[in-house]
Design a protein around this ligand. Sequence first.
Ligand code: UGA
Length: 451
Amino acid sequence: MDVAVIGCGYVGLVTATCLASIGHRVRGVEKDQKKLARLLEGYSPIFEPGLVGLLQEQLANGSLSFGASINEAMRDAEVVYLAVGTPSKPDGTVDMTYLEAAGKEVCDALATIQSDYLVTIVVKSTVPVGTNRKLYYSLRQNSKLEFQVVSNPEFLKEGSAVNDFLEPDRIIVGGESPEAFRIMRRLYDPLIKTEDTFLTMNWESAELTKYAANTMLASRISFMNEMSILCDAYGADVEDLRKGIGSDKRIGPAFLRAGVGFGGSCFPKDVAAMEHISRAIGHENLFVEAIQTINKSQKRRFVEKIGTKLGRPLAGSTITVWGLAFKADTDDIRESAAIDVIRYLLEGGANVRAHDYKAMDNMREVFTDQVEWMQDPVAAAAGADAIAILTDWPQYNTMPFRKISATMNQPVIFDGRNCLIRDVMRENGIRYYPIGRPVIESNVRVRSSSR
Ligand code: UGA
């Protein structure tokens, strides 16, 4: 099928590339000239495992092309994806500027295109409940052509987006037109393993499903972070708790890892949006408020723990932060726990050194010269009073801890992601503070007390 994808940001680019890879002819529209130039050269403006290879393959075989004109991309397109950004405004509501502008351009293009088939407009962006219905009726007023609007929320995780797209747990299509449902069913056919993975519903249910899924996942993390406080106090182990409850099929094991808090461009934004969706109908949603409050306090609590367990005043100490991205395998720092944690450390008077495998350039824009940027995690630890781990990059697990322990001012690690192996810490004489897990209190050897 001929497909246009408007907006080649994270979601749009993955969608365009993956749809091309399952046999469709896809044209991506990107207005940002710099990004467009990179895409035309076969480079991805975002880091996402597996994406560049697939992108270059599809460009080379002609299934995928890019341009700046919506009008051009929509020629022959049976399906038009709107995948522009819907960021949060400072008050927590969703900024619809880009979606409305793209919708209007699509509408103008529809008015000039003389096609004799039904065009299906697919809203991929995460939008407030009621948006698709509004969009449909406002576009209707401006076009005599046959078209339909469907909501098709995305469930892509950064770091595994290509795989999530090509092997979906479910595909949700919201709308009112059986014909549009049939078109979407045909479009996604190669990805549909069983009929119950293709779910159709009305617009509002599809829109709300997206927010509900992310809120539910975020709530599991906040729940486990609350449990980690009880585990710390009573000497229980939150990892055992995770296995203990996760093995109940009704609960399941996913998204139960305690840590320094969730971040990213999705959970914080979608939980905040859920609060607004509730407030809009006069309902005070205590559940989502709790998810947010717990997530915020988890970062503060982590720095307080550093302050009390460091064994020396935080002010003037050197803390090495390993991991800046909101999770491993991405350079994305949006709402990353590292932002709050570094800010609190600096407020407490600590000297902060930072390392990350992908996200250092992005974080440098936030903290500029307030932080010492380190290319090598081992060198970053030398002379430090503690290491704080904020992203679970697997490489941190295989660090030469004997050397690290010997070169630190005092071998202390605060593991905000519970990602290191406890025995390795013990063997190397490291005082180790995970989250919600028993502490390893080795005898700390302080190298110099001159500071
Ligand atoms: C999330 C959802 O998982 C996707 O299904 C959804 O499509 C996407 O948002 C979106 O709305 O676009 P993503 O933000 O890429 O995906 O990242 P996750 O893997 O979900 O992680 C989010 C945060 O939760 C990270 O900071 C991670 O470290 C944290 N997390 C995750 C935990 O603290 N504990 C866990 O057990 C899992």
